[in-house]
Design a protein around this ligand. Structure first.
Ligand SMILES: *[C@@H]1O[C@H](CO)[C@@H](O)[C@H](O)[C@H]1NC(C)=O
Ligand SMILES: *[C@@H]1O[C@H](CO)[C@@H](O)[C@H](O)[C@H]1NC(C)=O
Length: 351
């Protein structure tokens, strides 16, 4: 096994599809669930008849989920052992009433505040049968198990042999892009069952990465020139599918996987890259469109070594000190993105 972690990013934008308009109904009849003032401690996910998470929109300064009167939704507390406290059930079919309540099958009407789950919704990872990145990667879907169905949040293309991530695919929901939960809880990153034999969290620590880079460059002094702990100059865990693209706090938390990261300097991650991510969300909101976003890595960063020669930088090597020999050119994924040949902007890369 040869292990690499790669550095720069490439972002490919984006599919436009008009979202169903059901969340755009006026608040006059039906349900308007104000998430800011009536969320229970562990909020459920509201799943519509198309097995989609119903997302809030901004109304003034409030995040509000709209349902039409008579609309059937499943109030869901997802993940192992998670249930709605009022019923002790994970999946609760309900109907939205004229008084902004959700009616259980036995007739009881409950306000949103009474729909607490026993804990936070919890995602699962599912490996897809099809490979990605020209057969080099394994496609891992991150989402929720919903009865017998799977609600995908985003996909990750991960190379198990080389311990690197090619790209992630997520959706920016235009109508809700400005209505994300803003508590910004940042859990630690999980490697789940991936990167066997590696402790990725440890590899990323500023102490360890400084040692690794010192070995590559042949100079501790040079390494401490490039990596300055507690400043903006070290390699941080840069999200591929951005935390900020997800709307509810539980789905945001589900973005914290090492298979969804590439090493990034904070100057860039919190600078130009952040503005790019925000720009995409702003564009999706302005046009009220859903965008499918592919975010990937490109090539391997180099730093000048003790002799001034550019050396590729990796966070891990295998026990024979191997890394992948050839430069990994971003695999051509155009044939996985049917609309791409239509996209004038991207056409030059795909022909
Ligand atoms: C309906 O179900 C809820 C939750 O299980 C329960 O609290 C309530 O008493 C039930 N109502 C009726 C009328 O059976
Ligand atoms: C990985 O390393 C960290 C220290 O950076 C340590 O706290 C953690 O327990 C290690 N995890 C495993 C699974 O060994």
């Amino acid at each position: 096994m040869r292990l690499t972690l790669k550095f720069a990013f490439l972002l490919i934008l984006a599919q436009a599809s008009v979202r169903s308009a059901h969340s755009q109904n006026s608040a006059k009849s039906g349900c308007a669930l104000n998430l800011d003032i009536s969320s229970p401690p562990y909020s459920p996910l509201i799943i519509d008849a198309n097995t989609k998470i119903v997302m809030p929109v901004m109304e003034g300064t409030a995040r509000v989920i709209h349902l039409t009167e008579g609309e059937r939704v499943t109030v869901s507390c997802l993940g192992n052992g998670n249930v709605m406290k009022a019923t002790n059930m994970q999946l609760n079919p309900t109907v939205c009433t004229s008084s902004s309540k959700l009616q259980l099958v036995n007739g009881t009407e409950l306000p949103y505040a009474a729909l607490a789950c026993s804990k936070a919704n919890r995602e699962v990872l599912v490996e897809k049968p099809k490979s990605c990145a020209n057969g080099l990667g394994t496609l891992i879907s991150n989402g929720y198990q919903f009865g017998n169905e799977f609600i995908s949040l985003y996909d990750m293309c991960h190379d198990k042999d080389f311990a690197l991530n090619y790209y992630s695919v997520d959706t920016v929901y235009g109508r809700s892009a400005n209505a994300a939960d803003r508590r910004n809880q940042r859990p630690s990153f999980s490697q789940d069952i991936y990167y066997p034999g590696l402790n990725v969290s440890k590899l990323y620590t500023q102490v360890t990465q400084t040692e690794t880079i010192a070995n590559i460059l042949g100079s501790k002094e040079l390494a401490t020139h490039y990596i300055k702990p507690k400043t903006q100059y070290f390699l941080s865990r840069g999200h591929l599918a951005p935390n900020g693209d997800f709307i509810d706090a539980d789905s945001q938390r589900a973005s914290f996987y090492f298979m969804n990261t590439a090493p990034q300097f904070p100057t860039f991650n919190g600078g130009n890259w952040k503005f790019l991510e925000e720009g995409i969300r702003n564009e999706a909101f302005a046009r009220q469109l859903d965008l499918t976003v592919y975010t990937g890595t490109f090539s391997v960063m180099t730093l000048a070594d003790i002799n001034g020669l550019p050396k590729p930088i990796y966070l891990a090597f295998d026990k024979n000190n191997n890394v992948k020999n050839e430069d990994i050119i971003c695999p051509d994924v155009c044939d996985q993105i049917p609309w791409v040949t239509e996209a004038i902007l991207l056409k030059p890369f795909c022909n």
